[in-house]
Design a protein around this ligand. Sequence first.
Ligand code: HEM
Ligand code: HEM
Length: 143
Amino acid sequence: MTGLLHAHSGLRWIVLILLIAATFMALLKWRSNAPYTEGGRKLNLFTMISMHIQLLIGLVLYFMSGRVDFSQMKDAMFRFFTVEHSLMMIIAIALVTIGHSKSKKTMDEVKKHKTIFIFYGIALLLVLVAIPWPFRGFGNGWF
Ligand code: HEM
Ligand code: HEM
């Protein structure tokens, strides 16, 4: 449990860096009509994979964590992990998976960038809001 929690906590930084990079590269390349390169495709794919790994670890944590408890929903910390964090992250991961899949289906390279930018961009906002940052007061650290 502590090993998994530590992996989940540390992986947030990988997810964030990849998601920020993929979103901004997509915006730049969309606006400048740049081609959809193999490197760009890999960045988008690795971003999606890092989030799938978070989903897998998160689901395991969900059943093991003492901070997931449906009988204590009046408490902000329990409500956060039981509903807000998990639900928002699942939506963000779904958006990235759908965006990546849509980007594969169109042949238009500029449309690929636009699709990635919109889906990954909304996911990025959700992830930023749903991370239990230390200043939120849920007792979590930076790593
Ligand atoms: C991009 C996706 C995600 C990111 C960046 C993320 C990030 C984090 C972070 C930073 C923590 C605090 C870790 C600590 O205190 O050391 C955490 C805790 C937790 N996450 Fe996630 N998470 C993600 C997805 C998910 C998903 C999809 C679920 C469940 C379905 C989930 C379930 C949990 C649970 C239950 C905890 C609390 C564990 C505990 O403290 O006992 N997470 N997450
Ligand atoms: C609860 C766990 C997971 C769920 C529900 C899930 C779900 C999905 C779905 C729905 C797709 C299809 C996306 C598409 O149509 O393009 C997909 C693709 C993929 N997932 Fe996951 N996944 C999970 C865990 C993982 C893990 C742990 C990894 C890697 C360590 C991973 C790596 C991948 C890869 C490489 C693809 C294919 C990407 C491509 O080439 O298009 N997934 N996953």
